[in-house]
Design a protein around this ligand. Structure first.
Ligand code: NIG
Ligand code: FE
Length: 413
């Protein structure tokens, strides 16, 4: 249960020692070869003041402080950022899973009114308290896996009241959990009839309401053949921009329809999925500030091609990795495992994966204050079981993460 341990009087300033290696990317988004440039400090110390990193360096050079905490000789890395989840849902997709294993494609289930639409029916019928109860253990699992910041999308509501209920559930979850939650309004599936009027109402009613109540920091659209067209996506994201909300896209999951190009043109925070992206999309992303977020859980669970993260990094793009935790395409409740899969399935090096899951994932959420262990950054960090940080992306099926610190305080897991 990730709540902060009660802070002692010394908690304003603590020097952490017993760090075999402190390993971190530089602050801010990193692209191309810079994704591999980690700073490694052997026998390190980390000074936390008021929830922020105040100093990092070799232990022998550390400033003197009354309060020290020995971590026992293990590796320390920044807290992970999961930039893409659909952690709030009701019902399950176990029958879908079996049907898919028997050969029915995911898109076909959606086209037949199943898939995402079945989760929409169950979620729209659930009261907010039930959504909170269902989502809480999922977010606790992500926190245990090392995620100290997690994006959570709506998108299973369809009708506006249910979308707003999902976002209110995220607000309630934030009051129960120590990790930071970033709520995103996701416009996910069009209604079966009256889609033009629906898009119009999303722009004129839903987005203004969500912005007015401060219920989301960004708007995302699923741009795909079975979902929204490029034109509809542009209209919705332009309305979001008009209300000072960040913009993001689900694009190129099954078909490269132009969603990536739209994301780059709009200067979106991120464009996510990219399993169907090819050379033209890679060139566009390499030339833009938009973060390319890949979701290896989807590749594993749906058997889709892996997004071309290796080629994106080689071309100079800024790549992030997320779990895409959701019941249909990625039941992956572990942010470290998403990085481990990105190494195996998308061809990232361990160093690139750490950067993708920290500073670059933070940039995909418009955040630059976290993801690196450097003076001025949030003191969100992980103490591993191992003295070698690479265990984070090597281990499969057991947790390489021993302790999770948020703002310099250990959360109980
Ligand atoms: O990111 N692609 C669309 N949306 C989700 C899946 C949601 C679902 O299948 O329930 C995704 O993969
Ligand atoms: Fe998604």
């Amino acid at each position: 249960m990730p709540r902060r341990d009660s802070p002692g009087p010394e908690s304003w300033e603590t020097l952490f020692t017993g760090i075999s290696h402190l390993v971190t990317p530089a602050p801010g988004p990193q692209r191309g070869p810079a994704m591999r440039e980690l700073t490694v400090v052997e026998d390190a110390a980390l000074l936390v003041q008021g929830g922020l990193v105040a100093w990092v360096g070799p232990r022998r050079d550390a400033p003197r402080t009354p309060s020290t905490r020995d971590l026992g000789g293990v590796a320390v890395v920044p807290g992970l950022v999961d930039p893409h989840t659909h952690a709030v849902w009701a019902g399950d997709r176990l029958a879908d899973f079996e049907a898919r294993l028997a050969g029915v494609p995911y898109e076909e289930m959606l086209a037949r009114g199943g898939g995402i639409r079945s989760t929409v029916r169950a979620t729209a019928a659930a009261p907010m308290e039930e959504l909170v109860q269902l989502a809480r253990p999922r977010l606790e699992a992500l926190a245990r896996s090392g995620a100290t910041t997690v994006e959570v999308k709506s998108g299973y509501g369809l009708d506006f009241e249910a979308e707003v209920r999902m976002l209110r559930a995220v607000r309630e979850l934030q009051s129960l959990l120590s990790v930071t939650l970033l709520p995103t309004l996701l416009i996910h599936v069009p209604p079966e009839t009256g889609r033009a009027a629906y898009v119009q109402a999303v722009c004129a009613e839903l987005i203004p309401q969500v912005a007015g109540e401060g219920l989301a920091v960004a708007v995302d659209v699923f741009c795909e053949r079975e979902a929204f067209t490029v034109g509809e996506t542009r209209a919705i994201l332009s309305a979001a921009r008009g209300h000072d909300l960040g913009v993001k896209l689900h694009a190129d999951q099954f078909h490269a329809l132009g969603g990536v190009e739209l994301a780059c043109d709009l200067g979106a925070l991120s464009v996510d999925h990219l399993e169907a992206s090819g050379p033209a999309q890679i060139v566009a992303l390499a030339a833009s500030e938009t973060v390319a977020t890949v979701l290896p859980g989807v590749t594993l669970h749906l058997g889709l091609p892996a997004a071309p993260a290796r080629a994106l990094i080689d071309a100079g793009a800024c790549v992030a990795v997320g779990t895409d935790l959701n019941p249909g395409s990625s039941p992956l409740f572990n942010a470290g495992l998403a990085l481990a899969l990105a190494v195996r399935l998308n061809g990232l090096t361990p160093a690139e994966a750490l950067t993708a899951g920290t500073v670059n994932a933070a940039a995909a959420l418009g955040l630059r204050d976290r993801g690196a262990l450097a003076a001025g950054q949030r003191a969100d960090f992980l103490a591993l079981h191992s003295p070698d940080w690479r265990d984070l992306v090597y281990t499969l099926g057991a947790s390489p993460v021993r302790d999770v610190f948020v703002g310099g305080e250990r959360i109980s897991l």
